[in-house]
Design a protein around this ligand. Structure first.
Ligand code: B12
Ligand code: SF4
Length: 312
């Protein structure tokens, strides 16, 4: 009975447009909690002060939704078959289309309605980067995939180009018993390819060195010199560690048209970024994840791509 309902709910996730779904028990993340603490202690979160707040909530879903009994985890593939070409001003793949927060949230809301249609007493809390939830840890626990050495979760079916979301549910469901084993093996392609050495050891990223962090999250006027010297054309985010991962040979085109590159753009020329006004920035990036980087940050990034130092 429990198993049947759990399978039904996962089938509803597919009906709602997700590519994979799994279930974990809503219990504290006992193994991950000390690792998160160590990561923060080392200062690997850089200036993302928000990640330090309420660490107990981050590792216990019941502190976010007290009725939570199960965590329904979903994966939404965002791969579209386009490339960057050689141009400077590369945008990372996840930000080519519409803002994933909106797309995943809309699908999760629909999914929760479908679940309520099946089980009227069902209630849940939708999470897509809106609550302090460790998405990757839950995806591993729910059998979606394994955490690769670059720290992104990888599925054996379609690689790592997918977003993760959750519904914390008040229903007792059957957790997915078998986890996906770690298939990284002896491969070190991501560690070797990262131009800034941000993957300091397998499964650990130091944000301070990561191009993604520097170009999306870091709000300082200048970029750290080591990162600035190794941008390799990235304007917003970085996909190098996933581009070189052999598991992304299994990438499959997404069924979600909103992840197609807006205006067909996978890069934006630095000169174009530098000439943006607050109005043209707001218009161009409406409903785009790129708005996470404010206009001065985008211009800062673009200046480094145009010259080697912003003042040059
Ligand atoms: C903070 C953050 C960042 C930071 C820090 C990155 C990081 N590695 O966590 C920065 C800004 C750098 C970043 C970059 C990116 N991000 Co981000 N980010 C997040 C966020 C908001 C929190 C992640 C977090 O909790 N980090 C804390 C640290 C402690 O977690 P961790 O690195 O996973 O650490 C674990 C491992 O190190 C493990 N561990 C330690 N030692 C060992 C040893 C072994 C053997 C094992 C198995 C494990 C292990 O234990 C730790 C605790 O679980 C999540 C969304 C969310 N709410 O979860 C998205 C999220 C992780 N990001 C995502 C994406 C897409 C990206 C980028 C690809 C974007 C881009 N193209 O530029 C890059 C990838 C860079 C990279 N290689 O990590 C996706 C990943 C999807 C997926 N398939 O996994 C997420 C889940 C967003 C989403 N909802 O889909 N991100
Ligand atoms: S996103 Fe880029 S800079 Fe960050 S760990 Fe991966 S390869 Fe290194």
């Amino acid at each position: 009975m429990l198993k049947e309902l759990s399978e039904k709910i996962k089938a509803l996730a597919t009906e709602a447009g997700f590519d994979k779904a799994g279930i974990a028990r809503a219990e504290p993340l006992a193994a991950e909690s000390p690792r998160l603490a160590e990561w923060l202690l080392r200062g690997y979160h850089g200036e993302m002060g928000w990640i330090e707040r309420e660490p107990e909530k981050r590792t216990d879903p019941r502190l976010i939704f007290p009725e939570a009994r199960s965590v329904l985890v979903v994966a939404l593939n965002y791969f579209t078959p386009h490339e960057h070409g050689d141009a400077a001003g590369k945008i990372s793949r996840y930000a080519w289309g519409d803002d994933y927060h909106d797309v995943v949230r809309e699908k999760l809301r629909h999914l929760l309605e479908l679940i309520k249609g099946e089980v009227p007493e069902a209630d849940g809390k939708i999470c897509v980067d809106t609550a302090p939830v460790m998405d990757k840890a839950w995806a591993v626990r729910a059998g979606i995939g394994w955490q690769g050495k670059h720290t992104n979760v990888i599925t054996p079916e379609f690689g790592s180009w997918f977003f993760i979301g959750e519904i914390l549910l008040n229903l007792d469901l059957e957790p997915d018993g078998s986890l996906v084993p770690d298939h990284c093996g002896t491969c070190t392609a991501c560690l070797d390819a990262c131009p800034t050495g941000a993957i300091t050891e397998p499964y650990v990223v130091d944000s301070n060195k990561c191009i993604s962090y520097a170009t999306i999250e870091l709000r300082t006027e200048q970029l750290p010199v080591d990162v600035a010297d190794s941008l390799e054309g990235w304007l917003y985010g970085c996909d190098i560690c996933q581009d070189v991962c052999p598991w992304n040979r299994f990438e499959k085109p997404t069924a979600e048209p909103r992840f197609e590159p807006r205006k067909g753009e996978t890069s934006i020329a630095p000169e174009v970024v530098i000439s943006l006004t607050p109005e043209s920035y707001a218009e161009r990036f409406r409903r785009s994840a790129i708005k996470r980087a404010k206009l001065p940050m985008l211009k800062r990034n673009a200046k480094y791509l145009k010259t080697t130092r912003p003042e040059e």
